[in-house]
Design a protein around this ligand. Structure first.
Ligand SMILES: [Zn+2]
Length: 264
């Protein structure tokens, strides 16, 4: 029963978030597109649909199943300690976000992982559709890591659902091309990742790109020295230096990208 309700919540949040931020982007865009938005959307949505089908068929049941199994059999670190349920759920969200930070850092630092992750960064503009522009290879490896982590933690299905929902909505928000009030960005940036922080991460300049790895919380970047804020936002060019031609960034070329020449 939880499986059906849980997958409906995921589905509504995911598509609801995309539609919500798309409408906001059309009403209050951060800046106008430099390349065709419909063409980018066709590729990004094709990837999103393809990834959703594969992930749903192969991994979603395993993720929820692992959390349910760990909870029923009292497995994992969280089942060894006595603490209120809400503290365990909060710990699950915070700790899994930290591991996601480490995973994202490794995607930039390890050449093999960067081969896959560069697809995400090759988008020539950033908007809500960029949030789900990933190579299936990256998502598959990350799903295996996530399943192992859930097993190790003994994370509950509710904790995992909350973490994944927060990741989806935060990623959609900070990839969006939105005019966000300055005061909101300043306050939000203390704990979380606003669009301006993640825009720096999508810069073509490598030393700017290799910063700001956070997804939900900005705290990991702040504590571990990877935070960069002092950048003139108006001059940030989005993308990867080696991929500047939109006609070479179509769906089939994006899928083949990890298996082509190495680039930084
Ligand atoms: Zn990245």
């Amino acid at each position: 029963m939880f499986n059906i309700t849980e997958s409906m919540i995921r589905l509504y949040l995911f598509w609801g978030g995309i539609i919500f931020f798309l409408i906001l982007e059309l009403l209050i865009p951060y800046r106008s597109s430099s390349v065709s938005k419909p063409k980018r959307w066709i590729n990004n949505l094709a990837l999103t649909l393809f990834n959703s089908i594969v992930i749903n068929l192969v991994f979603s049941a395993a993720i929820v199943g692992t959390a349910t199994y760990a909870q029923t059999h009292k497995l994992g670190v969280l089942n060894m300690v006595q603490a209120p349920v809400w503290i365990k759920i909060l710990f699950t969200v915070v700790f899994m976000d930290f591991i996601l930070y480490v995973w994202h850092f490794l995607n930039h630092e390890m050449p093999l992982l960067w081969r896959f992750h560069r697809l995400h960064h090759s988008d020539l503009n950033m908007d809500v559709s960029t949030a789900t522009r990933f190579h299936i290879g990256e998502l598959a490896i990350s799903a295996v890591i996530k399943i192992s982590l859930i097993f190790f933690l003994g994370a509950s299905p509710v904790g995992v659902l909350l973490f994944e929902s927060a990741v989806v909505l935060c990623a959609q928000f900070h990839h969006s091309s939105l005019q966000v009030p300055k005061w909101f960005e300043t306050v939000f940036w203390v704990f979380f990742v606003p669009p301006s922080m993640h825009r720096i991460h999508h810069s073509v300049i490598i030393k700017e790109r290799d910063t700001n790895y956070g997804t939900i919380f900005s705290l990991w970047d702040r504590f571990l020295g990877t935070l960069l804020s002092d950048v003139d936002q108006t001059r940030i060019r989005i993308g990867v230096g080696a991929y500047r031609k939109p006609e070479k960034l179509n769906f089939h070329q994006l899928l083949a990208m990890p298996f082509t020449r190495p680039i930084r």
